[in-house]
Each structure stands twice: as C-alpha cells, then as structure tokens.
Write a protein of this length. Structure first.
Length: 423
C-alpha cells in the first residue's frame, strides 16, 4: 500500500508539474507576473521564493496551480484591515504584511483606509491607531505582500497582469499546459521504447522464440518470415496470430522464409491456452518482432501518443452517439486503484501508465468547458472574433457555471469509482 501511495503521489506530481510549468513558462515569456507555482492544494507546508515567484508545496498532493497576476484571482486589501508595512531607505513600501502569523522587525502598523496596488501604487491608512489624519505611503513596483497564511507574493501593477498581454500570448499561455502533457507523453513513450530495446514492428515475422515452446520444437527461429498459413496469405503479425489463436490443437502448415533466403513448409500444432476471461485459444510460443532502430524508438513516442489520443477522443465523441455515462470517466479513486495494479508490473508499467495519464490530462483539459484550458481558449477565440473580450461579469458567470459543472461531475465520478472499486 505504501508503494502504491508513493507511486500515485509521484505520478500525479509529475503530471501537475509539467502541466503547470507550461502555463508558467509562457506566462513569464509574455511578461505576465507569476505570483506562485504550487504543487498540491490546501495548507502550505513548504515555500521557497526566487525572483518574482514563490514556489510552494501544499498538503493535498492531488493537483497544483500557477497563480498569474490578474488571472481569475486578485489580491484585495479592504479598508479597515490592520496590516504592517516595512519601508525602504527612501520611505517607500517594500513589504506589506497582512498575516497575523508573521511579525516583522521595524514594521509600521496601520489600519488601511485606501489602497491601490495596480495603478497609482499607494497605501493609505491610520498609523498606530490614530484616527484623525491618514498617512499615504508610496509602494514599490516589486513590493512583497505577505498573505494571511504567510505566503510571500509580489504585487502586480496592471502592465504585468494577465489581461495586459496580447491575445496570442494569452492563448499560448492557456494552451501550454495541455501541450506540455502531450510532450511529456511523447518523451515517456520514447524512454519506454529505449528501455524495452525497441518497438513492435507487427510485420509477418517471428520475434523471440520461447525456450521449449512448440515453435522451437518445430524448428522456427527468430527472424523467420511467415508468408502463408495453410495456403492462406498473411501480410502482418496480427493476421498470423489470429489464425494461430483460432486453431488450438489443429495442425497448421506455415510457409516460412528463413533469413538465408531458403523456404520451407513447417507443420505445427498450436497449444491450447486460456485467456483471463476463460476463453481458449491457440499459442505456439513466439513474441512479436521488435524494430530496434534508433528512429523507430524515437518515432514510437509520437505514434503511441497519437494512438492514445485518438482513443480518448473517440471515447469522448461517443458521448454524442451512445449517450453520456459516468462510467466513461475515472477520477483520483480510479487512478489510485489502477496505479495499485500497475505498480505490480514494475517500472515499465508505471512509466507506460504515466504516459497514458499525461495524454489523458492534456486532451481532457482541451475540452471546450469553462474553467478548463479549452474553455479559456474558446473565450480567447470569441475575443478575437469580437475584437474585445467579454465583460468581466459575463466571463465570471460562464466560469462559475463551468466550475459548478466540473465539481458535480467530479463528485459523481468519485462516488461511482468508490462503488466500483471498494463497495
């Protein structure tokens, strides 16, 4: 169980880090201030600040986020809020402390009466409880703000906020998360191919011949090409295997071409084996041939990713043809349950599972649902067509509806997973 839990957390964390790094990287390239890069949700357990960004690890390791200035969140200090300020040598504010958990040396306590951290960059308030005359403090552009939980982030003037970037830059920032998941899947499948020594070629050729198998006893060796079985032409591995599996304990004549160019008819009787579902089929003890070339291994990253992506898209498209069913989806519970089975297969199985989940996360996030990256891209496209963005109120309502629908779906999927795997 410990191994499964650790693997689950590791796989989830890798997926989240790659996804969020895509948003982070292109936001930074677009001049957007990234306040926080978080792994996990909930209470902060660790933080590290470098340059403009605070990197945090949070308690619940089931996701993560990148906080971009002006992007669905804003820091608000309301009038009447007690805070403390640290000033630089020029008397300008360099640190704003709103946390009761942190006490700063040489900080000036004030009760806020007015604040603008976007345009005019000032804080006005009553110092040391005085109520007659408010004092105005100028704020540095790169001043730090300590939030209630103690997280240090940077204030964001309007020119470094998300909406100040160009439309193409914002679209690329929204698209970059799913794109990074696809890239991660390609890389993982390539690594998998190198670890396995090659990729299945599925030609009508015999790969490894298992020791003491029916194939070995009949004289078949690795590299033999099977051109026909019982006079029926076969052009690839799948056709050859289908005929063998369909004829357990039945005599078959294989037309074989050896690597030295000689040809031979070999008679063989497939053994009977049972599948996991109890059905019987024929087997002779051969493995699929492997293409061990460098470019085949590189290419497999793209072909495997494409194959998984098309399967996922087809499954999603079936919602419109076969109807919606919550069984079509799996949440964290299903991922954990599958991870438990995958762990038993070793590192190769876990790596394959990581690649599959990464494609899944990328494709799902591109769905045109508000609150997902795909929904944000739809809003970007609408802005491009209209020549102006939707009003903040309308966009807020659309996003709220999307979040509500996603929460309902997540609850339904999670409950369905619990019933399916544990009840």
């Amino acid at each position: 169980m410990i191994t499964t839990i650790l693997t689950f957390i590791l796989v989830f964390s890798i997926l989240v880090v790659f996804h969020e790094y895509g948003h982070y990287y292109f936001a930074k390239k677009s001049g957007i201030l990234v306040r926080e890069f978080a792994i996990g949700f909930g209470p902060k357990i660790f933080s590290y600040r470098k340059n403009e960004t605070t990197y945090t690890v949070r308690l619940l390791p089931v996701g993560g986020y990148v906080r971009m200035a002006g992007y669905e969140e804003d820091i608000e200090i309301k009038p009447g809020t007690p805070i403390s300020l640290v000033l630089d040598a020029n008397g300008k504010v360099k640190t704003i402390n709103t946390s009761k958990k942190k006490q700063l040396v040489n900080a000036t306590p004030i009760e806020v009466s007015a604040v603008d951290l976007e345009k005019d960059l000032f804080i006005e308030g009553f110092v040391n409880g005085e109520s007659e005359q408010a004092t105005r403090f100028s704020v540095n552009r790169d001043a730090l703000l300590i939030e209630e939980d103690g997280t240090e982030v940077q204030i964001a003037p309007l020119d470094v906020q998300f909406q100040s970037a160009s439309l193409p830059q914002r679209m690329m920032t929204n698209f970059a998360g799913p794109m990074n998941n696809i890239i991660l899947a390609i890389v993982a499948f390539i690594i998998l191919a190198f670890i396995q020594g090659g990729v299945p070629s599925y030609v009508n050729e015999i790969g490894e011949v298992l020791p003491d198998s029916t194939a070995e006893q009949a004289g078949l060796v690795e590299g033999d090409k099977v051109s026909a079985i019982d006079g029926e032409k076969v052009s690839d591995w799948n056709e050859m295997v289908q005929i063998i599996q369909a004829n357990p304990e039945e005599e078959l004549v294989l037309s074989v071409q050896h690597e030295d160019g000689s040809e031979e008819d070999i008679t063989i009787v497939p053994d009977t084996t049972k599948a996991t579902d109890g059905t019987e089929h024929g087997a002779i003890g051969i493995q699929v041939p492997m293409d061990t070339s460098f470019w085949a291994k590189i290419g497999s990253g793209f072909t495997q990713t494409w194959a998984v992506a098309t399967q996922i898209v087809a499954a999603l498209a079936s919602i419109f043809t076969s109807g919606f069913s919550v069984d079509m989806f799996g949440g964290p519970v299903a991922i954990y349950a599958t991870t438990e089975a995958v762990v038993a297969t070793g590192f190769i199985g876990v790596l394959n599972w990581l690649a599959f989940l990464s494609v899944n996360l990328g494709i799902i996030n591109l769905m045109p649902i508000p609150a997902l990256d795909g929904g944000k891209l739809v809003l970007n496209i609408i802005e491009g067509v209209r020549g102006k963005p939707l009003s903040e109120e309308k966009e807020g309502v659309v996003t709220l509806i999307g979040v509500g629908l996603l929460l309902l779906l997540m609850l339904a999927v999670t409950w369905n997973d619990i019933q399916r795997y544990f009840l």
